[in-house]
Design a protein around this ligand. Structure first.
Ligand code: CAA
Length: 259
């Protein structure tokens, strides 16, 4: 697909994906979903990729689902739109490599949901977050009622959802919605620094760690540990395990290939 809104840049093993629709504060419509899906599916096929940074152009990360596109929906279209958004969020959440949200500005409604589908959220001091759907007479539809409660606990999630309050980056950090806040000009450098650190590690181990956490938080402790033991076992089938342990013993840096 020819991407006109979702821009892809590469810095070595790191991909920077930018939703670039600043005139609508990067609002999510069907076109944006199609492009996000296409970009992530292409990236999934790239063996040299190690991490993705997802951000927005201009003053917003993403200011929500596109209100102008949704305004005339009936329930059938609304359900289909929610399912479409949810499937793109799941694609990002279950993406084989880490996806870091670089929250540069407003992360509201669907934008907050998109940020929560990423593995963690590094935010500019200028960023703001919230689920203001109640102001429009609707609920979140892209996983916000589910991921927010899991991330910040049900009381904080209910507070944000019931009041529609737009909170500062500092408050989002306090409640665990953001993981770190930095000066605006440091946002991309800091995300790149984290992504580059990840890129030096065993890629299969990173990917399995991500999946073990994602599966484990939805499972019982016993099921999660069962899955963990299986993934641990599978890492011993990789050359990277031999390399990582040999490098430790020989006191030299490991060079991982993803094999
Ligand atoms: N959808 C469509 N267009 C949007 C938008 C959205 N979510 N958010 C902003 N825009 C548009 C505005 O309509 C405006 O367009 P025009 O210039 O054509 O009028 C442009 O982006 C710039 O926005 P503002 O002039 O409003 O910018 P501001 O700085 O004054 O305000 C803001 C910024 C507080 C983020 C405000 O734009 C706002 O409240 N946006 C809506 C936020 C929102 O309600 N998000 C939730 C959407 S519902 C949802 O996401 C449901 C779901 O989970 C599925």
């Amino acid at each position: 697909m020819n991407s006109t809104i979702v821009k892809l840049e590469r810095q070595g093993a790191i991909a920077i994906v930018t939703v670039d629709r600043p005139e609508a504060l990067n609002a999510l419509n069907l076109r944006v979903f199609a492009e996000l899906e296409s970009v992530f599916l292409d990236l999934a096929r790239d063996p040299s990729l190690r991490a993705v940074i997802l951000t927005g152009a201009g003053k917003a990360f993403v200011a929500g689902a596109d209100i102008k596109e949704m305004a005339d929906f009936g329930p059938i279209q609304a359900r289909a739109f929610a399912r479409r958004g949810q499937s793109v969020m799941r694609l990002i959440e279950s993406f084989s490599h880490p996806v870091i949200a670089a929250v540069n500005g407003f992360a509201l409604g669907g934008g907050c949901e998109l940020a929560m589908a990423c593995d963690f959220r590094i935010a500019s001091e200028k960023a703001k977050a919230g689920q203001p759907e109640v102001n429009l007479g609707v609920t979140p539809g892209f996983g916000g009622t589910q991921r927010l409660a899991r991330l910040v606990g049900r009381s904080q999630a209910k507070y944000l959802l019931f009041t529609g309050e737009i909170i500062s980056a500092e408050r989002a950090l306090q409640i665990g919605l953001f993981d770190e806040i930095v000066a605006p000009e440091q946002l991309l450098p800091r995300c790149l620094e984290i992504a580059q650190t990840i890129a030096t590690k065993g890629p299969v181990a990173v990917s399995y760690s991500k999946h073990a956490i994602n599966i484990g938080v939805e499972a019982t402790l016993a099921q999660g540990q069962e899955y963990e033991a299986e993934l641990f076992a599978q890492t011993f089938a990789t050359q990277d395990q031999k390399e990582g342990m040999a490098a430790f013993i020989l006191k030299r840096p490991a060079v991982f290939t993803g094999a």
